[in-house]
Design a protein. Structure first.
Length: 336
């Protein structure tokens, strides 16, 4: 049987072409299922070629691996003309650990996981899909929740995946202003300032936003007119004050946001530890160091809770917007 285009793309490690065909709008799921059951002249399914060419891990490869299995679970134990299964080929060709782990699943195990495999073996692709869906449905709160609760590096990679396409999607669906929408746009470009100048079919996110077909609200257009240099040189709280209404941006809260964020990153990356909660001198010294707005007369119990929250933030993945949100929740508590 002659090879189909998926065999050819996988032989050439053209993961984006495979990924594009799998996720494109209007794709024929039944046709894709048939293609992933077709054997070539070597008796190989597309999965065999993917296993043979998967030495270097990429996020696109991980997504392709999961999606190909979902089109044909039985491929995991299917043998080619040489009697090899995809996992046999992956091990012999020294495929990356992520693909070996994926291909080590049994058909039954993979079927029971379903698309949960994407979250486990291709988290960037999984969360990109989630973000794209939330943006399409204007579920800004879900987007913020993802940014708040996940490792900052994962968030950065997800936003950058597919050449910043999430920012362009946001630009095309921002006709109605909301504080949460503008806050999200600022968070996205703050992590990747170059997303402002990246193009898709020759158009930047701003040009999509300005196009009569999309006509994004003026506030989003103003955010997208910022330059990477300005974003990189301007503190995030300042950007918020410049682009969000005063009632949304409380100076004390966002001043604390900036200080707490810097403190957490210092503690995490310098491998320092917050210990010995029973020693008031240590507690007060830490508070003084980061200039957090706590009065020295606050109850010891409350101070302990604050230090415990900071400890939890350091232990959780990432820094930035995620753990800081926990700190801010504590700092907003009335001190009385």
């Amino acid at each position: 049987m002659p090879s189909n285009e998926h065999h050819k793309w996988l032989k050439k490690r053209h993961w984006p072409a495979v990924q594009g065909a799998v996720i494109q709008a209007g794709r024929d799921i039944d046709l894709l299922g048939r293609k992933y059951k077709e054997r070539d002249g070597h008796g190989r399914l597309p999965h065999h070629w993917m296993a043979a060419k998967a030495q270097t891990h990429t996020h696109a490869l991980a997504s392709v691996g999961v999606q190909s299995i979902c089109f044909n679970f039985e491929a995991l134990t299917t043998r080619d003309n040489k009697g090899e299964t995809p996992i046999d080929i992956a091990r012999r060709s020294e495929a990356c650990a992520e693909i070996i782990g994926l291909l080590s699943l049994t058909p039954e195990g993979a079927r029971s996981l379903g698309m949960e495999m994407l979250r486990l073996f291709a988290p960037v692709g999984y969360w990109w899909d989630e973000m794209a869906g939330w943006i399409k449905s204007r579920s800004w709160a879900d987007c913020h929740k993802f940014i708040n609760e996940h490792d900052d590096e994962l968030v950065r990679v997800v936003l950058k995946y597919y050449n910043y396409n999430l920012l362009r999607q946001l630009a095309c669906i921002s006709q109605e202003y909301s504080d949460s929408l503008v806050f999200l746009a600022l968070r996205m470009i703050h992590r990747h300032p170059l997303s402002l100048t990246d193009t898709y079919n020759g158009f930047t996110a701003l040009q999509f936003a300005e196009h009569p077909q999309y006509n994004a609200c003026s506030e989003i257009q103003n955010v997208l007119r910022l330059t990477p240099t300005h974003i990189s040189s301007t503190p995030f709280p300042t950007l918020l004050r410049q682009h969000l209404p005063k009632q949304f941006v409380d100076e004390e809260v966002f001043g604390t946001y900036n200080t707490a964020c810097t403190f957490i990153k210092h503690m995490k990356y310098d491998k320092a530890e917050l210990v010995d909660f029973e020693e008031p001198t240590l507690i007060y010294r830490m508070i003084s160091l980061v200039k957090l707005p706590w009065a020295a007369t606050r109850e010891k119990r409350v101070l302990h809770e604050g230090m415990a929250l900071l400890n939890m933030c350091i232990q959780r993945p990432g820094a930035g917007d995620g753990p800081t949100s926990v700190v801010l929740d504590f700092l907003r508590v009335d001190s009385a």
